[in-house]
Design a protein around this ligand. Structure first.
Ligand code: GLN
Length: 309
């Protein structure tokens, strides 16, 4: 049924109120030292529909690091630069019950592109003559996907992670030792951490999500930005693997393909409807925003966004 904008806004505000009841739970990420310095009570939400309507709430200008949400960007870039078979011969498509930075789900290859090992693999498959060119190509891609959204490089986050990231360094060297990629492991690690350190706000990510929801077509110009088969594979991986080892439970309760990051944001894609981005940096033990996942669950039920219903 058609609803007036102000009624939709009121409805969403009610959902936010309910989700904020969970704001006493969780903790901000601390294993990347710089992430401890964020305002733990910060909150922002953006919903961008495939018809171009934008609903923003809270601190919509707030810049945060995308962290694992970038695993969407690297997967898309790898799929644009290589054949599907090439990509999925090097990284699997199955969810894992292990945490995102575990070395266990790397057998012949990493379990899926949305754990760290898988994202380092897709990072190694980005085309470019130098690390700088590869990074710039990712930046260009996401700006194009979000229709010139705000994207910056957060040097402080990058420095903080690259100087402490022993686990990821181990993963990079392990992948190299298994011949999953041939490049220098430190270079792949560096590019991976740089891409995780891209800063943005909820609206820019929700716009990027809206393009995925719109089958890869720009929501204003209708130009095709991402081939449909890549969009479909990306959304399928978000549904099955996007919330780390909680992906199955989350999909069952929320029913929206989503990807979270330890920076505190979650990006949801509802095909043919909208992109949704929530930012609230206190995380559960798996690294998913507590208010974020609860808000997506409430919005899904209230606004009828569950893809299975
Ligand atoms: N940069 C982070 C890491 O590699 C990303 C992890 C995440 O957001 N889950 O640990």
């Amino acid at each position: 049924m058609f609803m007036k904008r102000e009624d939709i806004e009121k409805e969403i505000e009610e959902c936010i109120k309910k989700a904020k009841n969970f704001s006493n739970q969780g903790e901000v990420a601390s294993y990347i030292p710089e992430l401890k310095n964020v305002d733990e009570n910060a909150f922002a939400l953006s919903i961008v529909t495939t018809g171009g309507d934008i609903y923003n709430f809270g601190e919509k200008e707030k810049i945060f690091s995308v962290q694992s949400i970038s695993k969407i960007f690297t997967l898309i870039m790898a799929l644009k630069d290589n054949t599907t078979d090439e990509v999925f011969s090097k990284v699997g498509t199955e969810p894992t019950r292990y945490e995102f930075n575990s070395l266990i789900p790397i057998d012949q290859r990493a379990a899926n592109p949305f754990i760290n090992a898988g994202a380092m693999t897709t990072t190694s498959m980005i085309y470019g003559k130098s690390e700088e060119e590869k990074f710039n190509r990712v930046m260009e891609l996401i700006k194009q996907m979000s229709n010139d959204g705000t994207f910056t490089f957060m040097e402080n986050i990058y420095e903080s992670e690259i100087s402490t990231t022993d686990r990821n360094r181990a993963i990079a060297y392990y992948l190299k030792s298994k011949n999953i990629f041939a490049q220098n492991a430190d270079e792949v690690l560096d590019l991976y951490v740089r891409i995780c350190s891209i800063g943005t706000n909820v609206e820019s990510l929700a716009k990027l999500g809206a393009l995925l929801a719109n089958e890869g077509f720009d929501i204003h110009s209708s130009n095709l930005i991402i081939p449909q088969n890549i969009v479909q594979m990306t959304i399928a991986q978000m549904a099955s693997c996007g919330m780390y080892e909680k992906s199955g439970e989350y999909l069952m309760k929320v029913g929206i393909p989503s990807k979270s990051g330890v920076g505190g944001a979650i990006l949801g894609v509802v095909p043919n409807k909208c992109g949704i981005c929530v930012y609230s940096p206190k995380l559960d033990k798996s690294g998913n925003s507590v208010v974020g996942k609860n808000l997506l669950k409430i919005l899904s039920a209230d606004l009828g966004l569950n893809i299975f219903l």
